[in-house]
Design a protein around this ligand. Structure first.
Ligand SMILES: [Zn+2]
Length: 103
């Protein structure tokens, strides 16, 4: 479904997803950092998948899991910021940023 620009009525609006991109990356790093911090403090996140996984592979798996969780959380937060604050679409005609929940 085409998105109309509220300013000029153009149908050339494109999704921006700026905050979503930034927060996804930040969330991924935060997730990995949280895992690293929890390891230092002796807190365990998640459970090991079995004894066949070596310590390094287990750590990599857990970092990836923590990072993915942070990325998803960041993407959701970024989506809301794009929608509520920044405007999630930019008009290709006049350059106006605006919010539209359909994106
Ligand atoms: Zn426009």
């Amino acid at each position: 479904m085409p998105i109309n620009c509220p300013s000029c009525g153009s149908l050339t609006a494109t999704p921006k997803a700026l905050a979503k991109t930034v927060f996804s990356l930040a969330g991924a790093f935060a997730g990995a950092a949280l895992y690293a911090a929890s390891r230092r403090n002796g807190i365990s996140i998640g459970k090991p998948k079995g004894r066949s996984i070596t310590g390094i592979a287990d750590a990599v798996f857990r970092i990836a899991t923590s990072s993915a969780t942070g990325c998803i959380t960041g993407a959701r937060l970024g989506d809301e910021i794009d929608l509520q604050v920044l405007g999630n679409y930019k008009c290709g005609g006049c350059g106006t940023s605006f919010s539209c929940p359909q994106g």
